[in-house]
Structures are given as C-alpha cells and as structure tokens.
Design a protein around this ligand. Structure first.
Ligand code: URA
Length: 194
C-alpha cells in the first residue's frame, strides 16, 4: 500500500496535465496517515499548503485538527487527508472543470489503494465531485451517502466556512459541525481493525 501510494505521489509531483503546474510551488498529495478507515477530501491547496507540500496547514487546517481532536481523532494517528485537486489555483480561485478532470486520476488512485470505509467530503468542491446534486453543503451535510468501494460518505462544512461563521449557538454552522463529528466518531467506533 505504501509503495503504491508513493509511486502515485511521485507521478503527481511531476504532473503537467493542467496549467496549475506552471504556478504551483509544490503539489500537495496527502497528509495524515494512510489507513483504511477514515479519509478526508478537501478542496485544493492554499498558500501555505502550496509552500509546504502538506494539506490543511493554515488556519483552516488548525481548526480541522481541533474538530477531530474534540472526539479523540488525530491526523498523526487516524486520518488520511487529501484534496480534490493537488495544486493550488492562483489566488485560491475555485478549480476549473478541466483541472478537476485532469487531477481526478490521483484522487481515484488514493481511493482505490486505501479503500477507506468512511470518506468525509469537506466543502462544496469535494461534495460536487462525488454527489450529483444541486443542493448546497448546508442542505446535505451530516447525511451518509454511498461512496466508492462500499464506503460511507458524509459531506461536512469546510473549516474556512466555520472560520467565517464563528457563532456557536444552536443551529449555527459550528454547532452543526459538532453534531456531525460526533456522528462520524460513532460510526468510526463501529469499524473493525482490518
Ligand atoms: N483548504 C483545502 O480545502 N485544502 C487544503 O489543503 C487547505 C485549505
């Protein structure tokens, strides 16, 4: 598994399939630990991720770590983290359809190699890449969908959105995220170790 991922990572690091290769500093393949239980799929690298070659290392990433830590999960032990597209779009604009198409082989390879039992679709770009819906993240977050290889797949708010909506009152995005992470942990705890 590690060798297979490493070979895809190297291919991704040298990728020139779309124009983002001209503006990237580093492609950002994955973070956390390879495992078959829990994978989070975000949107695309931002400024710090592009510099460091690691996903979710900026403010949004720090909040994501806190959310997982609140239920005893951590990127050092439990979660494999990747993005829908592996290179930073200039000025953090939304990825273009041709960029998403060009990059899909890397995400599909990550899913095929790891076969995670739980997949978290973090934000609208990840959501739309797996679920054909006109509904926004607010409408579908917290629900389980059928994912690849029998996975259970849940859309969740992107931490950048939570940073922009700081209130924690009942029904607020942060409060909803708290419900979702508890449901995710409940299902995670039912998974066996193989
Ligand atoms: N936002 C994302 O969706 N992914 C990252 O890696 C960083 C910020």
């Amino acid at each position: 598994m590690f060798e297979q991922l490493e070979s895809v990572r190297q291919k991704c690091a040298a990728c020139q399939k779309c124009g983002l290769c001209q503006t990237r500093t580093k492609s950002v393949f994955s973070g956390g630990v390879p495992n078959n239980k829990l994978m989070l799929i975000g949107e695309a690298p931002g400024f710090f991720e592009d510099q460091q070659g690691e996903p979710f290392v900026g403010k949004a990433g720090q909040l994501l770590d806190k959310i997982f830590e609140s239920v005893g999960l951590s990127r050092q032990k439990d979660i494999y983290i990747c993005n829908t597209i592996k290179c930073r779009p200039p000025n953090n604009r939304d990825p273009l359809p041709e960029e998403k198409n060009a990059c899909r082989e890397y995400l599909d390879a990550q899913l095929d190699i790891l076969r995670p039992k739980i997949i978290l679709l973090c934000g609208k770009v990840a959501l739309k890449s797996f679920i054909d819906t006109d509904l926004g993240i607010t409408k579908v977050r917290g629900q389980w969908f059928d994912g690849p290889n029998g996975a259970k797949m849940m859309p969740i708010f992107h931490p950048s959105y939570l940073l922009r909506n700081a209130q924690k009152t009942v029904g607020s995005p942060k409060w909803l995220m708290w419900q979702d992470i508890q449901e995710i942990k409940r299902v995670y705890d039912t998974l066996s170790d193989n």
